[in-house]
Design a binder for this molecule. Sequence first.
Ligand SMILES: NC(=O)c1ccc[n+]([C@@H]2O[C@H](COP(=O)([O-])OP(=O)(O)OC[C@H]3O[C@@H](n4cnc5c(N)ncnc54)[C@H](OP(=O)(O)O)[C@@H]3O)[C@@H](O)[C@H]2O)c1
Length: 277
Amino acid sequence: MANKIVLLGGRGMLGSEVYALFAEGNITALDLPQFDITDKTQLAEAMGDCDVVINCAAFTDVEKAESQSALAHKVNAEAVGNLAQIANRKNIYVIHISTDFVFDGKKAGSYAETDPVNPINVYGQSKLDGEILLSQNHNLYSIIRVQWTYGKNGNNFITKLISLSKQRNSLKVVNDQFGSPTSTIEAAKVIKEFVSKKSQGIFHYAAAGRASRYEIAKFVFEKLKMKTELIPCQTGEFKTAAQRPLNSSFCCDKIQTLLAEPIAGWQKPLETFLETL
Ligand SMILES: NC(=O)c1ccc[n+]([C@@H]2O[C@H](COP(=O)([O-])OP(=O)(O)OC[C@H]3O[C@@H](n4cnc5c(N)ncnc54)[C@H](OP(=O)(O)O)[C@@H]3O)[C@@H](O)[C@H]2O)c1
């Protein structure tokens, strides 16, 4: 029998791609302002008689989270705890999306699921608290941590780069933050596989490979033939409210064993995305 799916955060950057993949199926997408995940009654009603909940809803503004820590915690942690309790009562399979920001970024190599967590900002702490509350209140779930995602329906590093480059002759980009730009279309496909296999546990998912933000910017500018001068710099040169992990690289060996296709390198999906702009 087909799954009855409820998708939370269905208008967000990742959620909208998940919705697009399931558009033919039995899926209900919910998001602000009509649906608020922090409203327990609304949440219970939304989860009604579904078999699967995909939670892409989150307070994702890393800078604002520093000054709005109560709201970040309510959305990213408390609400996930409530969701877990409802899911547990109804035996609903939950796919919850989390982040590389649960780590401090000080590791030399790529992060495995077993590496110790240590968030260095409010957003990361709130997402980690959400993971913990889910695991304490439910058994039938997967947590998929993603990193450096980009897509057409949201603000992200790639779209910010392009819009800034249109306003300036030169752009400083950090060359000491490492990760892998990851397409939300590719991440949505992974989520779809999880829905059919009901895989359980914590998983890391990112495009294959590793690059600094500066290297990624160079790739984007070359592909788009942009003339803006790129200047490499250090994270410390930018004053931000939230600290950023310097290393966001994921080891994706665990999730790869479950997936039908090998995870592609970051370049090809990014090139395809750039062609759509
Ligand atoms: N973007 C990244 O680089 C990145 C990296 C690692 C992990 N993630 C994770 O990926 C997941 C998806 O994020 P995204 O990139 O798609 O971000 P996004 O575009 O900000 O999507 C999040 C969605 O959740 C909604 N939302 C916020 N508060 C809500 C509430 N109280 N009730 C219901 N919905 C609410 C947002 O609505 P509004 O837009 O109206 O606020 C938005 O539509 C999140 O779990 C995030 O932590 C993202």
